[in-house]
Design a binder for this molecule. Structure first.
Ligand SMILES: C[S@@+](CC[C@H](N)C(=O)[O-])C[C@H]1O[C@@H](n2cnc3c(N)ncnc32)[C@H](O)[C@@H]1O
Length: 209
């Protein structure tokens, strides 16, 4: 993103609590975890949950709980719950502690599992979600595509992060290729109406008809 554009945006996109601020800045520069979503993405997630009144939210890729806290603060207002999934033992432990510390634990269902197994189990239970936020391994977006498509309710939204990786200079080519495949599959899928936003590393939004 253009530097001036980002600086201008940063003036307005504030954190909504000490918890999402602490968790974002406290984990910057770590090379033992995958990057937490940028504040503009967190705020967008919080916005879309509030705007749509979403109560059932599924997150794939908890990390240390940064985006989970943005989502949990929003579902606290809508009367909902976030189910969040991560397969990494250490980050999952850190996320559990961070969410506990934030006092938002009652709005979050933590699931320590591979995303593909988790979505399969959720489908077996015939569950449906208002919003599904995808931010786990990039190769898996297309692997779990049909499960995620089934898990979002009609009128619900799939929010996929990092979908502009194909044109991000500092991103490995294979990650970009996975995201390109996802975007092409999603935009061609008539069950959904999709658009892409160039915030963070890009976001694809898909509304289920
Ligand atoms: C980019 S980080 C998530 C960041 C998080 N959304 C945030 O804002 O803090 C991706 C996470 O996905 C998890 N992950 C990667 N592949 C996964 C898989 N197949 N199943 C479940 N979790 C996975 C990783 O352990 C990592 O914590």
């Amino acid at each position: 993103m253009d530097k001036g554009f980002q600086e201008y945006l940063d003036q307005f996109v504030e954190f909504t609590s000490q918890y999402n601020k602490e968790i974002y800045y406290g984990n910057q520069g770590r090379d033992d975890i995958q990057a937490p979503v940028e504040p503009e993405i967190g705020r967008f997630l919080a916005f879309i949950v509030r705007m749509t009144g979403a109560r059932k939210v599924l997150e794939l890729g908890t990390g240390v709980g940064n985006s989970t806290i943005w989502l949990a603060e929003a579902v606290k207002e809508t009367g909902g719950n976030v189910t969040t999934v991560d397969n990494h033992p250490r980050t999952w432990k850190e996320a559990t502690a961070n969410i506990e510390k934030s006092g938002l634990g009652e709005y979050v269902t933590m699931t320590h599992s591979d995303a593909d197994e988790a979505v399969r189990k959720l489908r077996e239970q015939n569950l449906q979600f208002d919003i599904i936020f995808q931010d786990c391994a990039k190769y898996i977006y297309t692997v779990i595509y049909e499960d995620v498509a089934a898990l979002v309710r009609k009128g619900g939204i799939i929010v996929a992060d990092d979908t502009m990786f194909p044109v991000c200079a500092n991103v490995r080519e294979n990650l970009g290729r996975h995201m390109d495949r996802y975007n092409r599959q999603m935009f061609a899928d008539r069950r959904f109406f999709s658009t892409m936003l160039p915030i963070g590393h890009g976001m694809t939004l898909s509304w289920k008809r």
